[in-house]
Design a protein around this ligand. Structure first.
Ligand code: ADP
Length: 587
């Protein structure tokens, strides 16, 4: 019987109630069985017996409480025992020499009778669970009548042993449930903390302590798989350092993780446990554990859906309890949650990378535009200077003057495009941050109205301007806001037919300064409105294309408003007119 397999370590005796129950049972047996000293010990998964209840002797309690007795010694002792049904009796003559190292011998005078109890006699009842696994040992000592028990007393002891067995099994079950709750609580905490993080390093930082503590591990490491076809050759340990691993071993471990994820299984790696690998591979893994001075590992695949993204390994020191089925199940749940968190972090990292690339591309485009515009500026100034000189010449025919005027118009237009390009690049450059100061928008709007007033009156477009009596102050760059006003107003005039009107209105609304520019012009179709403000975009409406323009004005408007943390709203209907509303943070 003592050679029965040993139940897993299921108890930590964190639950004082279980211990108390066993103590009460021991005391009851001490009162009723005719034996003054009674102990109950529990078999631990590290193959030792922990004495958790002692009744009848303070001295025995001092010597035995929580002492771990090697099961090997007990087995050797019980192998010598007489079989008394449930009970095992080893008379003093046969007690093993090693006994002295762990047993307790009462100070007792031996009676001078044939069946006298010897202080070295050992009487115990091995206790088993429903599956027949040895879970504890009840032992009795110091008979009140000073004799070895006869048939009747053995019967009584048998009944007590049965009762103790039930109590031990219940206590273990209770502890197992408490353990399950404790581990899954830890799991929930880990998930909550880790899933908020978007980098694998932070996920680890936040979950390591909870994982190690929750699983009573000595340490842990986590290895994420590289991109497909590439094997990650370093692991993150709980101490925060990254450790290099032999690539062959890393590949093997990754394979084990993939298989475990497919089977939805957490694997216990320890001497004496089966591993789904070849014997050589198993030796390689166990060698590693020995090198790291690790007794056992709970190996948990991490993943989401069909994808395995790495593994988590929780370690325990040699001699510590091996992992239970409940711990493995809770760890697999964590494997799901951590797997999802890692996938999220990876997606975030990829997006981040993409945004960085796009930004770099945008910067490059901005630099390119401003370089080209600068390079065009000087030759264009030279062209315009020479045109001015040519216009002064006397001997030019009317026809030639007409050609010169056309050249001059073209040069002016090129000048506008270059200025717009330079401004567009400037307001989009990271190296040219906004310098915001309070700006009274009434002045800016009045200046912009002055710029377009002549064109409007020449075209027969009526301008209504409604400026409040009090200042409307926005925080920003006066020149840039001026370009916004001029661009919106000149567009309104440009895209409004003769006889139409343009209204400019300025107001404060809460913490925003609101500039509204409405016209009764040609309007913009819903489709075009979606693309308006992207560089070089001009409406598909032929009436709009007939007007000269670069398609850069609104792009500048948008960028300026963006960097002022404002908003641009467009309401427009083809053929009926448009309203552009700019909201800027008020100073
Ligand atoms: P452009 O130099 O072509 O005017 P913008 O960027 O200022 O460039 O405007 C882009 C396009 O938006 C214009 O080509 C025009 O089709 C349309 N648009 C802008 N403002 C108005 C408006 N007030 N009414 C109708 N269409 C407009």
């Amino acid at each position: 019987m003592p050679d029965q397999p040993i139940a897993g370590s299921r108890y930590s005796w964190s639950d004082p109630a279980s211990r108390e129950t066993l103590q009460l049972i021991a005391e009851g047996i001490a009162r009723l069985s005719g034996f003054a000293v009674v102990t109950i010990g529990l078999v631990r998964s590290d193959d030792s017996l922990q004495v958790v209840a002692i009744a009848g002797s303070e001295e025995a309690r001092r010597d035995l409480e929580d002492v771990l007795i090697p099961m090997a010694d007990l087995r050797a002792e019980l192998a010598e025992a007489d079989d008394w049904g449930r009970l095992r009796f080893v008379p003093a003559e046969r007690v093993a020499a090693t006994r002295g190292a762990w047993g307790w011998v009462p100070e007792l005078d031996r009676l001078d009778v044939e069946d006298a109890w010897d202080p070295h006699d050992y009487l115990a009842a091995p206790l088993h669970d429903a599956e027949g696994s040895l879970v504890g040992i009840l032992s009795v000592d110091v008979p009140t009548d000073g004799r070895r028990p006869g048939e009747a007393q053995r019967e009584v002891l048998n009944v007590h042993a049965e009762q103790a067995e039930r109590a031990v099994v219940l206590a273990l079950e209770r502890e197992r449930l408490a353990e399950q709750v404790r581990v899954s609580d830890a799991a929930r905490r880990i998930v909550r903390e880790a899933s908020a993080q978007l980098s694998i390093e932070r996920i680890l930082q936040d979950s390591t302590a909870a994982l190690v503590e929750g699983f009573r591990a000595a340490g842990m490491w986590l290895q994420t798989t590289g991109t497909p076809g590439e094997v990650a050759s370093h692991v993150h340990t709980s101490s925060g350092e990254e450790v290099s691993v032999d690539p062959a071993l890393a590949a093997l471990v990754e394979q084990v993780a993939q298989d475990a994820w497919r089977r939805q299984d957490a694997v216990v790696v320890a001497p004496g446990h089966d591993l789904p690998v070849t014997p050589e591979q198993r030796e390689m893994i166990l060698d590693l554990l020995r090198d790291l001075d690790v007794g056992s590992v709970l190996f948990v695949p991490l993943g989401a859906g069909p994808e395995c993204v790495g593994h988590l390994a929780l370690t325990r020191l040699p001699g510590a309890p091996v992992w239970t089925a409940e711990e493995a199940a809770a760890a697999l749940d964590i494997g799901h949650d951590l797997g999802r968190a890692i996938l999220n972090a990876r997606t975030f990292e990829r997006e981040h990378h993409l945004v960085r690339e796009l930004r770099a591309l945008d910067d490059y485009k901005g630099r390119m535009i401003s370089t080209v515009a600068h390079e065009l500026k000087n030759p264009l100034a030279s062209v315009r200077g020479h045109l001015d000189l040519l216009e002064l010449a006397d001997e030019l025919s009317e026809e030639s003057r007409g050609w010169l005027a056309a050249l001059d118009r073209g040069a002016q237009r090129m000048g506008r495009v270059i200025d717009d390009l330079l401004l567009l690049a400037r307001v989009g450059e990271a190296g040219h941050p906004l310098v915001a100061r309070p700006v009274d928008l009434r002045q800016v709007v009045a200046d912009a109205v002055d710029v377009v007033a002549l064109t409007a009156s020449r075209k027969g477009v009526l301008l209504h301007v409604d400026l409040p009596a009090h200042p409307v102050t926005a925080l920003g760059d006066a020149d840039e806001i001026d370009r916004v006003c001029v661009n919106l107003l000149s567009n309104a005039v440009k895209y409004t037919r003769e006889g139409g009107s343009v209204t400019v209105d300025l107001a404060l609304a809460g913490d925003q300064a609101v500039l509204t520019c409405s016209d009764q012009g040609i309007g913009i179709s819903a489709g075009d409105q979606e693309r308006i403000g992207t560089e070089f975009f001009r409406s598909t409406n032929p009436e709009a294309v007939a007007e000269s323009g670069t398609g850069l004005g609104l792009a500048i408007v948008r960028r300026v408003i963006d960097r002022h943390h404002g908003h641009l709203e467009i309401e427009s209907e083809l053929g009926r007119g448009s309203t552009f509303r700019v909201r800027l943070p008020a100073a």
